[in-house]
Design a protein around this ligand. Structure first.
Ligand SMILES: Cc1cc2nc3c(=O)[nH]c(=O)nc-3n(C[C@H](O)[C@H](O)[C@H](O)COP(=O)(O)O)c2cc1C
Length: 330
């Protein structure tokens, strides 16, 4: 039996939802939280430039989202330190540095995956962030970049960052090609190498290591958890969010009965009403819920009705209720 006290170890990396730009915004995170109390949520990557010099508020979140980690994109230690401090002041539970994103835009800013080639700089950034706030500072990275893809290279990178006090790494178990592949291709084309991440944990048993990439079921999660401290899921949770409903039971040993999909929907209504009252369009929230009924009869009609009507100005809860009327629970 899994230790049920784990839900008190806060935040825990045992099961988390990956940071996903444009997807894991505050509305998405609120929705996901309804289905699992223990899952660690991540924000989309927020650049230091946006936090320090941007016009908008990029650190918005709802108190109900806890535990939630703020993922930062950047490389200048002083900027990252200021951004981490701002994140701590706004109530985030962890600061995570993105060392895995391969997009050109990110490379031009000299951050993301290309930082794997600059372990010392990442170490300096980690130290600066740790000095600036009391939160855990973690790093999400790949197993390599371009031709820097040997196991020794990965270990060297981890050593350098660990030396500056980072004790938790989330490893996307494929390397990134920094030129030639789009970010989307970089999530599918380079082959997954889970064994390499297991090896890392064997060689650095003192570190907390979570694995990411291509994981689709809770059974797969359990297999990974026999070798590692945590699993992080991205696309599968977004496409099929109701998978979260049994995470607390299956991975955290909790015995609370999960909400049904319709109960989750009902619980979203007051939240959505509150957002609508603040001028947020229905679709900003509803788009994250398209997969809620995946696998049930009527799921397609639910998606279609929401997609066709959710963006119309003035759309309200009635659009969701109508969409839900097409679905038949098992
Ligand atoms: C739409 C989208 C946006 C993403 N944005 C980020 C991001 O902001 N930061 C990051 O570290 N990874 C980002 N990723 C990568 C995911 O965090 C994750 O590493 C990747 O999708 C592999 O996990 P999966 O196979 O479980 O989806 C993004 C992925 C997707 C699909």
């Amino acid at each position: 039996m899994i230790n049920t006290d784990i839900s008190n170890a806060y935040p825990t990396n045992r099961f988390s939802i990956a940071p996903m730009l444009d997807w894991t915004d505050q509305y998405c995170r609120y929705f996901h939280r309804l289905m699992s109390k223990n899952t660690l949520l991540y924000t989309e990557m927020v650049t230091t430039g946006a936090i320090l010099y941007g016009k908008g508020d990029y650190l918005q979140r709802d108190a109900a989202e806890h535990p939630v980690a703020l993922q930062l994109g950047g490389s200048a230690p002083l900027d990252l330190a200021q951004a981490a401090k701002a994140g701590a002041e706004r109530g985030f539970d962890e600061i995570n540095l993105n060392v895995g994103c391969p997009s050109d835009r990110v490379q031009n800013g000299r951050f993301g995956a290309c930082l794997m080639a600059e372990g010392e700089l990442v170490g300096d950034a980690v130290k600066a962030m740790r000095d600036a706030c009391d939160l855990p500072v973690t790093v999400k990275t790949r197993i390599g970049i371009d031709d820097l893809d040997s196991y020794e290279f990965l270990c060297d990178f981890i050593e350098k960052v660990k030396a500056q006090g980072c004790d938790t790494f989330i490893i996307h178990a494929r390397k990134a090609w920094l030129s030639g592949l789009s970010p989307k291709q970089n999530r599918d084309v380079p082959p997954l190498d889970y064994e390499r991440v297991y090896q890392l944990k064997r060689d650095f048993p003192e570190l907390t290591i979570a694995i990411n990439g291509g994981i689709k079921t809770l059974d797969e999660c359990k297999t990974h958890l026999q070798h590692l401290d945590g699993v992080m899921l991205g696309r599968e949770v977004y496409a099929n969010p109701y998978i979260l409903s049994t995470v607390d039971q299956q991975l955290f040993g909790c015995d609370k009965v999960p909400l049904t999909r319709f109960q989750v929907l009902e619980k979203m209504y007051p939240y959505i009403e509150a957002q609508l009252a603040q001028g947020v369009h229905l679709n900003r929230v509803a788009r994250h819920m398209l997969g809620l009924f995946q696998g049930l009869p009527g799921a397609r009609a639910w998606r279609r009705h929401l997609s066709e009507n959710g963006h119309i100005p003035g759309s309200g809860i009635e659009v969701m209720q109508k969409a839900a009327s097409f679905v038949h629970e098992e």
